[in-house]
Design a protein around this ligand. Structure first.
Ligand code: NAD
Ligand code: WQD
Length: 330
């Protein structure tokens, strides 16, 4: 298949491109490089021996997208291009709605116009809002706590409505839990600009000596050690989930959780990092971060039953590979 991967030079997108190319598919990347580097295209080639076609373009640019869809016979789209900083989305809601929601509309329109039947969308566990874990696909969504989360819920709804009236349109809405880690080669991984918002890149930067210590956001949650619990998922497992979803796509809309089903606390992750790397992360416990939930983890049974997909890596692997990338590329 020829797959268009939007956001393909980004953290998750680059790992998806590697898995797609390794499985013999061809890949076109569209990315405006808002949060990534074109050198990632070279690294994908270094890992796979195959070079994806790269367009530096904005997915909200309908004319340019039309040109790309007219030039290539695309079999499917994996739509990851989007802005993802929760805090920034509160400061700049219109930017997030414009970029993330319009991007989804433009790509869905192009698919329908050009007869591209397969669409895989990067959604997020954030659409479950404060539903209790384990989170199951059939739960009614609760309002996401920030504009970023709203753009994911809106994009899901837009794709469902489009599929309802276009019987050939096959959509998979993939709700990611907490992707971490990096490709075992150490050539691609998460390289946030500025101070990281997320836990794992913060830990690797403390390990590197770029940041002094980890601030643990809250030590009084109703969890075994008082710190927040999340479902961390190796990014290579996540990438493989896309391949599985694409291969099993049928007309209509299906929603899948991509998570491990296991919760890990902040302090457990800090200890796993020490086990994987020998590096003890200095930390102090501070106040809770506004908007954070105590416990978030997936029920991954549907993806296992229907996609034959389940996560293979554990948290020590995730820490090892995240550190391997940080050492190589910072
Ligand atoms: P990322 O920022 O590394 O990758 C996103 C890519 O999209 C970047 O390369 C960026 O330059 C590009 N991009 C942004 N807006 C664009 C536009 N208008 N046109 C073209 N390219 C554009 O982020 P990531 O972690 O790889 O996330 C990929 C997707 O997965 C995003 O949609 C994100 O919301 C979603 N997601 C991420 C997580 C996570 O924790 N990383 C969790 C759930 C969902
Ligand atoms: C994990 C845990 C923090 C940083 C976010 C988005 C979500 C999704 C994934 C895109 C929490 C704690 C963190 C730090 C800490 N993204 N923490 N100190 O908040 O679960 O999810 O990324 O869709 O939408 O909200 O991930 O990595 O920020 O936090 O103690 O410096 O680590 O409180 O318990 P989160 P995270």
């Amino acid at each position: 298949m020829l797959i268009l991967v939007t956001g393909g030079t980004g953290y998750i997108g680059s790992h998806i491109c590697v898995e797609m190319l390794n499985e013999g598919h061809s890949v076109i990347i569209v990315d405006n490089l808002a949060n990534s580097d074109r050198a990632v295209v070279d690294r994908i080639e270094q890992i796979t021996g195959k070079r994806p076609l790269f367009y530096e373009a904005d997915v909200t640019d309908a004319k340019y997208m039309d040109l790309i869809f007219s030039t290539h016979y695309i079999d499917g789209v994996i739509h990851l291009a989007g802005l993802k900083a929760v805090g920034e989305s509160v400061e700049k809601p219109l930017l997030y709605y414009q970029n993330n929601v319009l991007g989804t509309i433009v790509l869905a329109e192009q698919c329908l116009k050009h007869g591209v039947g397969k669409f895989v969308f990067s959604s997020s566990a954030t659409v479950y809002g404060d539903n209790p874990s384990p989170l199951i696909e059939t739960m009614e969504l609760r309002s996401a706590a920030n504009p970023y989360g709203q753009t994911k819920a809106m994009s899901e709804q837009i794709l469902k409505d489009a599929a309802n009236v276009n019987p050939e349109f096959a959509v998979a809405l993939l709700r990611y839990f907490n992707p971490v880690g990096a490709h075992p080669s150490g050539l691609i991984g998460e390289a946030p600009r500025g101070i990281p918002n997320n836990l794992m890149p913060y830990i690797t930067q403390v390990a590197r000596g770029k940041l002094a210590e980890l601030k643990v956001f809250g030590g009084d949650y109703p969890t075994p050690d008082g710190t927040g619990v999340r479902d961390y998922l190796h990014v290579v497992d996540l990438a493989k989930g896309h391949l599985a979803a694409l291969e099993k796509l049928n007309p209509g809309v299906e929603v899948y959780n991509l998570g491990t089903g296991r919760g890990t606390s902040v302090l457990e992750l800090v200890h796993a990092f020490a086990e994987a790397t020998g590096i003890k992360i200095p930390y102090s416990i501070g106040p809770r971060r506004p908007g954070d939930l105590a416990v978030v983890y997936a029920d991954p049974a549907k993806a296992k039953a229907e996609l034959d997909w389940e996560a293979q890596y554990g948290i020590v692997d995730m820490c090892r590979d995240a550190w391997n990338f940080e050492k190589n590329f910072s």
